[in-house]
Design a binder for this molecule. Structure first.
Ligand SMILES: [Zn+2]
Length: 81
C-alpha cells in the first residue's frame, strides 16, 4: 500500500485512510473522490479533518484564502464516502 503524509499532523498513513483534497482547474478546492486528479493534492487523515480549518492547513498547501464553507463541504463529503 502506498503511504502518504497528512498535511495537518504530518503523520504517515496508507492512502486509503486519507482524504485527498485538490485544487481543481476551475480554482475550486474540493475533495477528490476519484483519487485520480492530475493536479496538486493534499492528504488529510480522518483525525485531522475536524482540525484542519483551525490550523489553516489548506491555506498553507494552496497558498490562498480558503473559505470556511470549503472546509465544511470537504468534511461533509469525506463523511459520505
Ligand atoms: Zn492528520
Amino acid at each position: 500500500m502506498p503511504v502518504r503524509m497528512c498535511v495537518v499532523c504530518r503523520g504517515r498513513f496508507e492512502k486509503a485512510e486519507l482524504s485527498r483534497v485538490i485544487c481543481g482547474g476551475d480554482g475550486e478546492i474540493r475533495l477528490d473522490k476519484t483519487g485520480k486528479a492530475q493536479c496538486r493534492g493534499a492528504y488529510i487523515c480522518g483525525e485531522c479533518l475536524g482540525t484542519a480549518q483551525k490550523k489553516r492547513a489548506l491555506e498553507r498547501v494552496f497558498k490562498r484564502r480558503v473559505e470556511p464553507e470549503v472546509y465544511e463541504r470537504i468534511i461533509r463529503e469525506a463523511e459520505e464516502n
